[in-house]
Every structure is written in C-alpha cells, then in structure tokens.
Write a protein that binds this ligand. Structure first.
Ligand code: M6R
Length: 614
C-alpha cells in the first residue's frame, strides 16, 4: 500500500527519490521520508502528512548531497501516521536505513527478541524491528546483501524492503515477498519503485521481480537472487507509458482527467481484438481453446470497483455463453472453502494487479488446481504474473484513487472475454458476435456524447452540496452501476450513499426515503420492456414518498419524464453495454460534489490507490 523508491547513480539522490515519491503518492499519503548515504553516514528526513510537508522541510534544510538513497510514502498499518512512525527507519546505531511496504506478521515475536537484547525501539512500526535486525547482521561483519537474506528468512507476512548501509555508499539492497517492487534500468544509474511510475521520467526499461527475491543494485549492475543467494533470472520489459500520461493535462484532478480519457481508454482496449477474417482474438490470453471449452463454472473475484465490473461480467457471460458465473469478494473467497476444481475458471479483476485480497484468493484457487485468468491494467504486477492467463486493459496509468477508466476498461475486457468464450464454446453465432463487437466499437463515441453533457451534471452536483445522504437504484446491469455510483460518492464526498437493486426497495430500504432525499435512478433501455416498466414502478414508489429523483434514461424515453425531478440523457445502447455510459454521470457527479465540498478528490481520506495489505 505504501510507495517505495530506491536510487543509485550520478544524480542527486534526494531529488530523484522525491520525484519518484511524488508519482507514487497515490499509494499512501499519511507521511513521507527519504534517507541517503553521505560521508559514511545516514542522512534522513521524514514527516507526517503529505509529501509537501517533507519537501518544505527539505527546502529549508536540504540533506547533504548524495548519490544513493531510498524513500517512502506511507499508508499506515502499525501505529498512527506521525513523524516517528514515518519511514525510513534505522537500526540503533543508524548504520542501516530501511523502508517497507506490507505487514510483518510475526513482528510481536521479533520485537520481543530485539527488546530482550537491549535495543530501544522508537516507533510503533513493524518496520523498525526489521531495520534493527538488518543492522545487527551488518554489525556482525556480513555485507548488506547477506544481512538482507538472513533477515528475510526470519520474516512472515508480506513485505517489500529497501535498505542502504552507511558503510557501503554504492549498494541498495531490496527484498520482495508478496508486495510490489520493480527495477528501473538506467545508464550508470538504477532505480527501484513500487511501480514504474516512480522512474519513467528517467528510464522505460524495467525488470520484473518475482516472489521471495532479493535485488542488489549498484550504478552499473543489478543482480537478482532468491532469499538464499542463488541467482535467478528476472524478465526485462519495456514500459509503454510516458511521463505525460501520468500528468493532469490541464484538469484540476487526475480523476477528472481520467474520466475524460475514457473514450480513448475504451477504444484502446478494443484495438487489435479481431483478426482479418473477423474472428475474436485475445493475444495475451495464455489459455488454450480446449481448456476454455472444458470450463463448466466461472468464479469472478475482485474488490471494490473491480467487483462491480465483475457483477456486470456475470450478466454478460451467462447471457452469451450459458456458463454459470459466481461473483465473489476476494476478501471472502478463500475463507469459505469454495468448491473449485480443474474445470473452474477463476477470473481475477484488478486495476493495480497488487490488491492483496485478490492475490491471496488466486493463490488459493491455484492451489485447488483451478485455472486463473487475470484482467489487469498493470503490466509486471503480481496478479497477472501469478495467473495462468491475462487480458490487459489499456487504461494507461490511473492515478486518482477513485477508479474510473480502470472500471470502464475492465468492463470492456469482461465483454471481450464473454464473447471469446461464446466463440470457443459455440454458444453464439459468428454474426451475433460481430454485431456485439460493432456495438462495442461504437461505445467510445457514445461515451464522448455523455461527457459533452458534463456541465449540466456539475451544476446538479453543486446544487447537492448540502446533502447528507444519497441513494442509487438500478436493475439488471444497472444494479452494479448503482453500487459503483454510491461507492464513488462515499469515497470522494464522504457522504452516506447506498446502491440498491430497485426490486429490493420494498423489502426494506424504502423505509429510508424521506422528503427531499436525492435518489439517482439508472433506468434500463426502453427496449427491455419488463425491466424498464419495473424500474419505473420503483421510481414512482420513492417519489410518492417524497424522494427527489434524478433519472438517467436513454434519449427518446419520454415515459420517464413525469417521474424525474432531474433527467440526464444517455445514448441508446444495448442493455448489457449500458454500464459503459450510465456510470459516467455518476463519476462526474461525485467528482464535482467532492470538489464543491473542498475535498481532495485524488487522495481521499483514509484510502490508498493500491491495497497491498489484507
Ligand atoms: O486495483 P484493484 O482493482 O484490485 O483495486 C480494487 C479496489 O481497491 C478499488 O477498486 C477501490 O475500490 C477503488 N478505490 C474504487 O474507486
């Protein structure tokens, strides 16, 4: 969950590390810190709060010039976010400085051992104990690499560790176990980052690290070994993203920029999916058609927004392929002893590819012999690497903590997967698949159309600045949209927001309706008469009890007009594809309302972009 940076080379280590932290701040922003080796000593500065607090201190009192350093931006797990708990941490004699992402599960036992040996620990963190353990090793005469190997063998849990030693000004040593870490390969310099955004300004060549590996990095060399020092091969890859892709492009928030990138992101996710003769192809998919044909059950596992994409996927996969699909929260999956075997396909959806709950769930599934297919936006991340197959979404870097283009591109990947299975299993004719592909290919244009109406949604959002509670209703594929709309509002505007399946209203939630309560209603396309009619009844029921209805309905649907206090028009699209356009006004609404309330839209309180702890 935290962001980690390491550097060795010819540049100013402090500046390079701070640059990297700026690009990783979305991972956590409770505190930040940097440590460098200069003149045989560790120089270190760290501060609670956002990176800006640390930068201010460094402007006033710069660290000594150095060419090797580490940095950290924290999302607190052990101990409150204050200066003392901020990373880097050092051992007792400040010879070793170390940063950490993850949780050391046996830290209480290690703490007792360290304290019994007479060491005083200053912070509440599990990290400081590791700094002490590594330092004790180097003090005993071994080099930093050996020290790291020995300590890693004592640790349980999930961790990325990056360390420097005051007596070795040339070497950064890092370890990776269940938490992300990538190496950036430069000329006469090398980098470490929790993801490639940390160093794309300087190099686009990167090395992917596996689990339980140690990387030893000098200016001119990068060596990767396992925890016992045995050399291992690391895969080198080229990063397609450039720096400008990670900047705001004139918008006030990354989130807003990312909302407006959605037509492009959806179009990119569809590129190259059809062969010259019109067959659907999924290049990166490493599952053979025979294996897919044998699949008799699909379980989709994911968290948060990705989970809602999975709910839409269930409707599409079952409808087009007649294969039963379950959708499950990754955090619940492995604790309920799920029934899975070699004919079950697990689909793990994750924008970041690093969500710990999802990662643990796929490990469990693979241990039960199920095949795992990842739908992921981040090349080189853990989830696709540990899966049997992957479909990459092509959203580009998503920096705003609230997922937007990540969600839309996940939906596209799910539709593609559903159609591909239909093609392989023969549950749909080729011309039906062609027709749906054409409808999908028209979606970027429809998304543009909805985004052109952003100003009206913004006005509506601002007029709700005094609201304390908002409900969202949907049916069928509109139900996950209602849930996602509510999640956006919760995480950004800190309002009570709940999504319901409209049919469930009368089973309880209707008791929440009171005079003036805003209710956002996702109305299914008119063509689906039954669904549409039932939704209209639900809207009338809440309106009759005083709710103020904001209805999202397709162009030309006049039947909704008498029941909508406010009406947002959506393009005419098939019901299964409607989430791709229906979610847009809800994203815009949440972004604008949070802005009007003065909240930090890109870094909402208590959240982090990538949740790498369970
Ligand atoms: O990276 P992932 O897709 O695995 O992340 C899953 C959730 O943590 C994520 O979608 C979260 O709910 C977002 N903040 C939603 O905007």
């Amino acid at each position: 969950m935290c962001g980690i940076v390491g550097y060795v080379g010819h540049r100013s280590a402090t500046d390079t590390v701070i640059d990297g932290l700026r690009r990783l701040e979305y991972r956590g922003y409770d505190s930040a810190g940097v440590a460098v080796v200069s003149d045989g000593a560790i120089a270190l500065e760290k501060r609670a709060g956002k990176l800006a607090n640390l930068e201010k201190v460094l402007d006033e009192t710069p660290l000594a010039l150095a060419h090797i350093g580490i940095g950290h931006t924290r999302w607190a797990t052990h101990g409150p976010p204050n200066d003392v708990n901020a990373h880097p941490h050092t051992g007792g004699v400040r010879r070793v400085a170390l940063v950490h992402n993850g949780i050391i599960e046996n830290f209480m036992e290690l703490r007792e051992r360290v304290e019994a040996d007479g060491h005083e620990l200053l912070s509440d963190t599990d990290t400081e104990i590791v700094a002490h353990l590594v330092e004790l090793q180097v003090q005993s005469g071994v080099d930093l690499t050996t020290a790291m190997q020995r300590v890693c063998q004592q640790l349980d849990g999930a961790f990325t560790l990056v360390a420097i030693d005051a007596e070795d000004p040339d070497t950064v040593v890092a370890a990776r176990c269940n938490s992300p870490l990538v190496v950036g390969l430069g000329e006469g310099e090398n980098f470490l980052g929790s993801d490639v955004a940390a160093f794309i300004e300087f190099t686009r060549e990167a090395l992917e690290l596996g689990q339980d590996q140690i990387v030893v990095m000098t200016r001119d060399e990068v060596r990767v070994t396992d925890f016992h020092g045995r050399p291992v091969e690391a895969r080198q890859f080229h990063v397609d993203w450039d720096l400008s892709a990670a900047e705001k492009d004139g918008h006030d928030w990354f989130m807003r920029k990312e909302i407006f990138e959605q037509p492009r992101a959806v179009a990119d996710s569809l590129i190259g999916r059809r062969t010259a003769n019109g067959q659907l192809q999924l290049d990166e998919m490493r599952l053979a058609d025979e294996e897919l044909r044998d699949v008799d059950k699909i379980i989709i596992i994911a968290c948060g927004t990705s989970f809602y994409a999975g709910m839409v996927a269930k409707y599409a996969i079952e409808h087009w392929t007649r294969t039963p699909v379950e959708v499950e929260l990754a955090s619940e999956f492995r604790y309920r002893d799920p029934i899975i075997d070699a004919t079950t396909l697990i689909v793990a959806i994750s924008q970041s590819g690093e969500t710990a709950d999802t990662l643990q769930a796929i490990r469990h599934a693979r241990s039960q012999r199920a095949k795992v297919l990842a739908i992921c936006n981040t090349n080189g991340s853990s989830i696709p690497r540990e899966s049997d197959a992957v479909i990459y979404t092509h959203a580009g870097p998503e920096i705003g903590v609230a997922s937007t283009k990540g969600f839309l591109t996940q939906l596209v990947a799910c539709y593609l997967l559903a159609l591909y299975i239909a093609q392989v299993k023969g549950t749909r004719f080729g011309d039906e698949i062609d027709e749906i592909m054409e409808q999908l290919e028209a979606m970027p244009g429809h998304i543009e159309t909805v985004l052109e109406g952003a100003d009206a949604v913004y006005e509506l959002a601002r007029s709700h600045a005094g609201t304390r509670s908002v409900l969202f209703l949907g049916r069928h594929a509109g139900y996950p949209v209602a849930l996602e709309g509510a999640l956006k509002l919760k995480e950004l505007a800190y309002l009570h927001a709940e999504g319901f399946a409209a049919g469930e209203l009368k089973h309880g939630p209707i008791a929440l309706i009171e005079e003036g309560l805003p209710v956002l209603c996702v109305v299914p396309p008119k063509g689906r008469d039954q669904l549409h009619g039932k939704m209209l009844s639900g809207i009338q029921e809440v309106r009759a009890r005083g709710a103020r209805t904001i209805c999202l309905a397709e162009a030309g649907d006049t039947s909704i007009e008498p029941y909508a206090d406010d009406l947002i028009r959506l393009p005419k699209v098939p019901v299964l594809l409607q989430p791709l356009v229906a979610i847009l006004p809800l994203q815009l609404f949440a972004c604008e309302l949070a802005t009007a309330l003065g909240h930090d839209v890109d870094q909402p309180r208590n959240l982090a972009k990538s949740v790498t702890v369970e």
